[in-house]
Design a protein around this ligand. Structure first.
Ligand SMILES: [Zn+2]
Length: 419
């Protein structure tokens, strides 16, 4: 089993669950910090572990350009390369190709684009995206999709979703044919060869016999990962049209993915529309599989979407905002560079239990930021991530107690969704 999802409790449409990947367990609903280039900017891996991060994101586009997926494959995959033994998800590269490249050329075959680093020309196809993501070796990989721009007319959104559907099929076909090439498969085979102490001439086959495999200690969960591979999720597109979203979801369901994402949101549309699309798309996705909304959101949004039944979310917001001096707190947003904090002895958030709030004052955080000290980004990021992770912990706790909707109505002014 490469990915399993179990639901322990529900509260309305919200679900408390556990996703198990070859690299451990993830409690859901989960917020996934973004580690674009194999690093959650400013925060080393041992601190991410200490914060309780169970899964991070890597960006296929960026890692393909630098250091290159072949280099990462040779280093044993992204887990080994960055020394992160917990779960990883990589995006397909589609979003960056579409958002960072104005000169891209899209055809049925794929997308030609220029590197934002040196202007060199590259070509991504669904097959190429899969090949790169298999080399990177994340536990969860994403089908190659076209992120439909906003605003997009109906005809354009339909054409785009139809191509995304065909690309999803090509992604799946390539993935199924090549998924055993993931770098940790070689690691397991090598380890098994060492463990049995006698030479194994057909190690590749023996690695697929789960009953005799040794646990992989580096996985942190002591389980046999010998027969496990990555898992490929499909992405629902369809612009801001509920009926096109339905069509996209129906086509993806035919391909039977182990999890589904709602993509093409947070592309400049009003928040109410984001919410509307999520609300109308979620019921179309299987209840027994993880449901992932890509690229959201503010703390109050992730609570709201979890309450609607979303299991996974990711966003650069807590990390990017931190580097600009914007802190998320229980009292709202705080701009730490503000002169009013010059002699403020309080922690950034007196209700926050994070290592930054336990130790440093607003005055010190402000000083670091206005002085351009690199530590400012580190401490601000640790606090913001803690705030997001604690928010999701309290959401999970509330689902367990059946109190999420009560929590939602007191925490956010937005009207409750009906479902
Ligand atoms: Zn804090």
């Amino acid at each position: 089993m490469s990915l399993s999802f179990s639901i322990a409790a529900t509260d309305g449409p919200a679900r408390l669950g556990t996703i198990t990947t070859p690299h451990g367990e993830i409690e859901t609903p989960v917020f996934m910090p973004v580690g674009t280039l194999g690093s959650v900017k400013g925060v080393p891996q041992h601190l991410l572990e200490e914060l309780g991060v169970q899964i991070i994101l890597g960006n296929t586009y960026h890692l393909y350009l630098r250091p290159g997926h072949e280099a990462i494959r040779e280093m044993g995959g992204l887990h080994r390369f960055m020394s992160w033994d917990r779960s990883i998800l990589t995006d397909s590269g589609g979003f960056q190709v579409f958002s960072l490249n104005e000169l891209r050329k899209v055809s049925e075959h794929g997308v030609e684009f220029r590197s934002h680093l040196d202007g060199s020309s590259h070509f991504f196809t669904p097959e190429r995206s899969m090949e790169i993501q298999i080399a990177l070796g994340a536990d969860i990989v994403m089908a190659f999709d076209e992120c439909t721009e906003h605003p997009a007319g109906r005809a354009r959104a339909r054409e785009s979703l139809e191509m995304t559907s065909r690309w999803a099929r090509r992604s799946k076909e390539y993935f199924e044919a090549h998924k055993h090439e993931v770098p940790w498969a070689f690691r397991i085979r090598k380890k098994k060869t060492q463990d049995v102490s006698t030479p194994v001439s057909r190690a590749g086959e023996s690695a697929r016999e789960p009953s005799s495999a040794q646990p992989d200690k580096s996985s942190g969960v002591g389980r046999d990962v010998g027969d496990e591979t990555q898992s490929l999720f499909g992405i629902v597109q369809g612009g801001m049209y509920s009926d096109l979203r339905r069509e996209s979801a129906e086509r993806l369901l035919e391909l039977d993915f182990p999890g589904y994402a709602i993509g093409g949101l947070s592309v400049g549309e009003p928040r109410e529309l984001t919410r509307e699309i999520i609300a109308s798309t979620l019921p179309l996705l299987p209840k027994d599989k993880p449901r992932y909304v890509m690229g959201v959101g503010y703390p109050e949004e992730i609570v709201e979407y979890a309450a609607m039944g979303v299991d996974m979310m990711d966003c650069v917001l807590p990390t990017r905002a931190a580097r600009h001096g914007l802190l998320f707190t229980s009292e709202g947003r705080m701009n730490i560079k503000n002169a009013r904090y010059v002699r403020d002895q309080q922690p950034a958030d007196s209700k926050c239990a994070c290592m930054v709030c336990a130790r440093y004052t607003r005055a010190y955080l402000r000083h670091l930021f206005v002085s351009g000290e690199p530590l400012a980004a580190v401490l601000n990021t640790i606090h913001n991530l803690s705030h997001y992770l604690d928010t999701m912990r309290s959401v999970r706790h509330a689902i367990k107690l059946g109190e999420l909707r009560a929590k939602l109505s007191e925490a956010t002014p937005v009207t409750e969704q009906t479902s």
